[in-house]
Write a protein that binds this ligand. Structure first.
Ligand code: BDP
Length: 681
């Protein structure tokens, strides 16, 4: 092996040095120093302003840029640029102009990205205005260091050591976010511990905010609605109670006294057991507005989540719309409703939530999930940008054709005081930050899309591969193809044709399959059968007018299209319809045969990824090569379990044979049902 590498590297000393170096992934896509070598130190870099942010920008240039001299110019009159920038080069120098200090830093990262990806660096020219004002990571991190739905180790925040000890990772985290344009971070879980708002913890939060500030990264907190009771000594948390409102105002004042640029609150209320205004007979608007009033004098916002549902007879997918649409127009202008991309819960594929566009007089934002809760955790290689792109470019038709989720939420169609987008983070204490080297691409792509919602997933894969691994076309082309197909592959072996939420319920890990799970006494809306409804007649959730009529929540013509099994996109067919096993799909084959072929294809694709990756060995450092290789083995084995479990289980209803050219199951349904094979986190 070593000999082979030496042979490959002959004559290319630098490349050889790079290959030979052990790589643990800790440097993410930030390998700029390598590209710059040492000549950068001699260049001239100037700025018309001195500040901690400008100091970071200049130091990045000094360490990493090997092009012409660069002048940073802050011009506060350039408000229309927001925190964006202009870049212009002439024969002597490159100028970056911005209206805000963070814009200068983002402009520097733009240059470094050009340099790292082989872009135009001699005469760069660009004007970039971000698509969303607030581009925010949501950490579901608990105060005990665990992370809800986190697959990359423990929390990055070492609460027990803060504020005295500052891990070097805090600054590295801020730098990584700045390099992709992320400018906000909610530090704690939406299932929020009220202790977060105590003085003791606020001092720790302040310490983090101070480290993040030079990188343009603002801190937000998830708050527990019952905090006035839990830590404030009040008998109630009723939002219409004056003492309660006074407690929140005083708390807001205390926070801003410590953190003057604090961003605001994220709230999960009356959802999955969390307290909220409904505990006191009040509405979401009453609760959100009370918090908004407390934050308003300081410029803070409330991100109020629409992830609400209860175990009633009503279709879970309809409930957020039903609760929020009647409240439209009642929210303050510093409230924004944070809506998960789909109406159920971060499934490998869902239609977009019908709430997008439905709140006409209320600001809306998208919540995406970067951590792979339902897409293979950090064990499986699934590039999520195609999912993000699919959601953001979905046409809601709310304001006529072309009313995409992106345009509804970024102010392009409806003027908004606050525009924002959130992604549930996939970072942790793991050396490689995200638990899988390729999961880094999902963090990267979220930030870049939040900055420019019109970038394509393919462009982003291309950028990320070049920055993270190599620009060698023999690596870039096959790996890009692998990434670009990986999400659809995951849909194929988990939940094709609009199936959803058929993960095993018993472990609540949302990793392996459990379509048969039906725990006596458990919540029906948490059981897989609720979602797939398999019986001898067919499979799928009837949400047409004859069923739950969830289709009526979509704007025309979507409600007609989704409501008609002949016109419904096949990739959402079983989301909206209960379809006979023998019904012919567009390719003329029955639903049953198509399901068999799709599950099979998913497994075959993952095996191909394994082979593709094996042939990439000459272009990757040994450590990352081996780590990805071993994860792909687990990935292939687990995809096979999904296929066998779903086909064998659904076959008990369809009674139909698995086509001869589909690989026969290697596991038995009994083994799978006994859960001996279902992988655990
Ligand atoms: C579900 C997760 C749960 C979260 C919840 C949420 O399983 O852990 O608390 O979403 O978003 O997807 O509030």
């Amino acid at each position: 092996m070593l000999l082979r590498k030496i042979a490959l590297c002959s004559g290319a000393l630098l490349a050889c040095a790079t290959l030979a170096r052990a790589e643990d992934g800790s440097r993410l896509w930030l390998r700029f120093e390598e590209a710059a070598q040492r000549e950068a130190e001699s260049k001239k870099f100037t700025s018309n302003r001195e500040s901690p942010t400008v100091a970071v920008a200049l130091s990045e240039l000094r360490r990493c840029w090997r092009g012409k001299p660069v002048a940073l110019t802050l011009d506060e009159n350039l408000r229309s640029l927001k925190d964006g920038y202009r870049i212009a080069g002439d024969a002597q120098a490159v100028t970056i102009t911005a209206g805000q200090e963070a814009g200068l830093l983002y402009g520097v990262y733009h240059l470094l990205r050009l340099q790292a990806t082989g872009g135009e660096v001699a005469n760069p020219r660009a004007e970039e205005i971000p698509s969303y004002d607030r581009r925010i990571l949501n950490h579901w991190d608990n105060l005990d260091g665990s992370i809800e739905r986190g697959y990359a180790g423990r929390s990055l925040w070492r609460w027990d050591e803060l504020p005295a000890a500052l891990s070097p990772r805090y600054e590295a985290y801020a730098r990584a976010n700045a390099s992709i344009g992320v400018n906000g971070t909610v530090l704690n879980n939406v299932n929020a511990n009220p202790k977060m708002l105590t003085r003791e913890y606020l001092l720790k939060v302040k310490a983090l905010a101070d480290v993040f500030r030079p990188y343009g990264l603002t801190v937000y907190l998830s708050v527990n609605f019952a905090a006035p009771k839990a830590i404030g000594g009040l008998p109630t948390a009723d939002p219409l109670n004056r003492e309660v409102a006074g407690w929140w105002s005083a708390k807001a004042k205390e926070i801003y006294g410590l953190i003057p640029d604090f961003g605001g609150f994220l709230v999960k209320a009356n959802s999955e057991g969390q307290s909220g205004p409904q505990d006191y007979g009040r509405t979401h608007a009453d609760g959100a507005n009370m918090l908004a009033d407390a934050l308003k004098p300081h410029g803070g916002i409330v991100m109020w989540r629409a992830f609400v549902y209860n175990p009633t007879k009503e279709d879970r997918a309809k409930q957020a719309y039903q609760e929020f649409v009647p409240l439209d127009g009642q929210f303050r202008d510093n409230v924004i409703i944070q809506i998960k991309n789909g109406p159920v819960d971060f499934q490998p594929r869902e239609p977009f939530s019908p709430l997008f566009g439905a709140l006409r007089r209320t600001q809306e934002m998208v919540e995406l999930q970067i951590t792979q809760e339902y897409l293979g955790h950090s064990k499986q290689l699934v590039y999520l940008a195609p999912l993000f792109e699919e959601v953001l470019q979905s046409d809601t038709y709310s304001d006529g054709q072309g009313s995409t989720v992106a345009k509804i939420t970024n102010g392009a169609l409806r003027p908004a005081k606050v525009t924002a987008i959130a992604g549930v983070a996939n970072t942790g204490s793991d050396v490689s930050w995200c638990g899988h080297h390729f999961a880094q691409a999902n963090w990267y792509a979220f930030g870049r899309l939040a900055w420019n919602v019109n970038l394509t997933s393919e462009q982003l894969a291309d950028e990320w591969i070049r920055m993270t691994f190599t620009a060698n076309p023999r690596f870039v082309a096959p790996v890009k193809d692998l990434m670009m197909t990986s999400r659809e592959t995951c849909v194929s072996y988990m939940t094709p044709y609009g199936l959803h939420h058929i993960f095993t319920h018993s472990f609540n890990h949302h990793y392996g399959p459990g379509p048969w799970d039906n725990i006596p006494g458990g919540r029906h809306d948490w059981m897989p059968w609720y979602y797939h409804n398999a019986d001898s007649a067919g499979v799928g959730f009837d949400r047409s007018a004859a069923g739950s009529n969830a289709v009526a929540q979509y704007f025309p013509p979507l409600r007609e299209i989704y409501g008609d099994p002949d016109r419904c996109p096949e990739n959402l067919l079983l989301w909206f319809h209960h379809v006979p096993w023998t019904r012919a799909l567009k390719n003329g084959l029955s639903l049953w045969d198509n399901l068999c072929y799709r599950y099979n294809e998913g497994v075959q694709k993952v095996r191909e990824y394994g082979k593709t990756w094996d042939s990439m060995e000459p272009y990757v450092d040994a450590q990352r090569f081996r780590e990805v290789q071993s994860k792909l083995k687990v990935h292939a084995a687990d995809a096979l379990i999904w296929k066998d479990a779903c086909l064998l289980y659904f076959q008990t209803f369809s009674g139909l044979p698995i086509p001869a050219n589909v690989e026969p199951p290697v596991h038995t349904l009994d083994e799978l049902k006994r859960r001996e094979l279902i992988p655990i986190e």
